[in-house]
Design a protein around this ligand. Structure first.
Ligand SMILES: [Zn+2]
Length: 541
């Protein structure tokens, strides 16, 4: 016992929700050398610091299983938008978007692909391989703990750019080698973005071959499916088939059902997942606590437009003949393609960030396409095409796409966990989920609308997520576990980020601790950055 002191920190007067799904109990928590060393009714022994929880909730730190913070955690390692929500760990490289591996021949294509989602990083990238990216992450002191997947989009671009065709067997071998290298460097699995170019060009053989590599290392397959609207069930069928063939645990990203005519029907998808589970498929999903999504505006175009990459797409957008074809396609439904505009209407498509070098369109951030059309005195579809041209494709949108009823149904299912899907962009009109997802679950869905009990909500943000994404000995308040902890007031907790003013920190989070060190106190960052990168099969010390 160093210096005779039993604890570095002692939490007293706590109502502990331990993360397992059990209801709260009164107790005290002793923390020493980064770990929880004691949980009991009354702790004997001295502590350097005492945190009086004042009968508020103390629970494990939240785990954001769906982030696009791959560059943001490097450029801003304090990462307040998440930290102040009580997030202590994050999963990187979702939806096929990742910043490694990098092939210098296709680097520009990779940047154009990821920028509307991951944002930009102005400094020199200190990595090419996934392994080098991991060492940059490991060396950078961050506030929170990180795991990373290997992103299919980055792998495919490194091997074959934006080629809009199935991979040859030689190319599949090259991609397998890159996935293998990433798994050896500690990736926790493979993420797919089948909606996006170039992920959408991959065929079954390629996806199974790459998934098998991840499976061999004990990884997970995490899918942003090809379609989430009219063709949701076909898309689910595709990922079930891949996971079964590759014998890999499956995680479905942001399970949702898009399209006004589809609202209220998510139970079909949930029932199917149940029956797949009954047949033995290991499947889980994540969801964010909003009815709106957000992504790159390029993904609103028919997928043929992006063949060959953003550069080629921009050429097509400036060709009158191709523009006419785009206009025609966007006015009808095409089997297997999510035509967001047709399913939702132009008024539900909002520009949230324009990031092109020109920077001439900042004024339209926050407007929907009917408003933009009025502003620019153009038809919405013409605005869309011109805007993408003017901003070199680097535009981000918000889609008001789901029903409240469906969101609640997914939240309630016991195999869903919480992922923000937040986009760390500098715009003043980004989707508020980057600042509010976790408190919003606790305020809107637990306290105000009673969609589920508190302990169930906390399980979806802690132990369940830790178990699924390789955070060993995290996500539970128990002796021997890492001391990632949050103290919050059940009555005061509230997300303050709105669509009008998204860049606002929540109320009600009192303390955030990562690895036994206090990182935030009442929405103030301390100087501590105790986060670690957790490779798959991390050996706990
Ligand atoms: Zn996604």
């Amino acid at each position: 016992m160093g210096g005779g002191r039993m604890y570095d920190y002692k939490f007293i007067n706590a109502r502990i929700v331990d993360g397992t799904g059990n209801p709260w109990f009164r107790g005290e928590i002793g923390v020493k050398d980064g770990k929880i060393v004691s949980v009991s009714k009354n702790l004997e022994g001295e502590s350097l610091h005492v945190i009086d929880a004042e009968h508020q909730i103390v629970c494990p730190g939240f785990i954001d299983v769906h982030t696009h913070d791959d560059l943001a955690v490097i450029s801003n390692p304090d990462h307040e938008p998440k930290l102040f929500q009580g997030v202590t760990s994050e999963v990187l490289a979702n939806c096929g978007f990742g910043c490694a591996p990098v092939n210098k021949l296709t680097r520009k294509q990779l940047l154009q692909y990821i920028s509307p989602v991951l944002g930009t990083y102005s400094r020199e990238w200190g990595w090419k391989s996934f392994k080098e990216y991991v060492s940059v992450l490991s060396e950078r002191s961050t506030s929170m703990n990180l795991v990373s997947q290997v992103a299919h989009g980055a792998v495919r671009i490194a091997v074959m750019g934006f080629e809009s065709r199935p991979a040859t067997s030689q190319e599949i071998e090259e991609m397998k080698a890159l996935v293998e290298e990433a798994m050896q460097a500690g990736a926790i699995g493979l993420s797919l973005g089948l909606l996006y170019a170039p992920g959408c060009y991959a065929d079954r053989a390629e996806l199974i071959a790459l998934s098998k590599v991840a499976a061999r290392y004990g990884g997970i397959l995490n899918c942003h499916m090809r379609a989430e609207g009219d063709s949701l069930l076909e898309s689910m069928n595709e990922v079930f088939d891949i996971a079964e063939a590759a014998e890999i645990p499956l995680h479905i990203s942001h399970l949702k059902l898009i399209g006004v005519n589809n609202w209220g029907k998510i139970h079909h998808a949930l029932e199917w997942i149940e029956s797949k589970k009954a047949q033995g498929l290991d499947v889980t999903c994540d969801i964010y606590t909003y009815t709106a999504g957000s992504s790159t505006l390029m993904s609103i175009l028919p997928s043929w437009v992006s063949e060959g990459g953003v550069e080629k797409a921009l050429m097509r957008l400036s060709n009158p003949k191709q523009r006419a074809k785009i206009k025609n396609d966007m006015g009808r439904s095409v089997k297997g393609w999510d035509n967001f505009v047709e399913m939702l209407g132009w008024d539900r498509v909002v520009v949230s960030a324009v990031n092109g070098e020109a920077n001439t369109n900042k004024a339209i951030e926050g407007m929907n396409f009917l408003e933009i059309a009025e502003h620019r005195k153009q038809e919405p579809v013409e605005c869309l095409m011109d805007l993408l041209l003017e901003e070199q494709g680097c535009v981000t949108m918000i889609l008001h796409q789901m029903s409240e009823e469906d969101v609640k149904a997914v939240l309630r299912s016991d195999y869903s966990m919480i992922g923000s899907d937040g986009l760390p962009l500098s715009s003043e009109k980004i989707h508020p989920r980057h600042f509010g997802t976790f408190p919003r679950l606790l305020s809107k869905y637990v306290r105000d609308e009673k969609v589920m009990p508190l302990q169930q909500a906390i399980r979806k943000m802690t132990s369940f997520s830790a178990q699924r994404f390789g955070f060993k000995r995290r996500g539970i308040v128990q002796e021997g576990y890492f001391a990632d902890l949050v103290v919050f007031n059940e009555q005061e907790i509230r997300d303050r980020a709105t669509f009008e003013k998204p860049r606002q920190y929540p109320d009600g989070i009192k303390y955030v601790m990562v690895n036994g060190r206090l990182v935030a106190r009442h929405n103030h960052k301390t100087a501590e950055r105790p986060g670690v990168f957790v490779p798959l099969q991390y050996k706990c010390c």
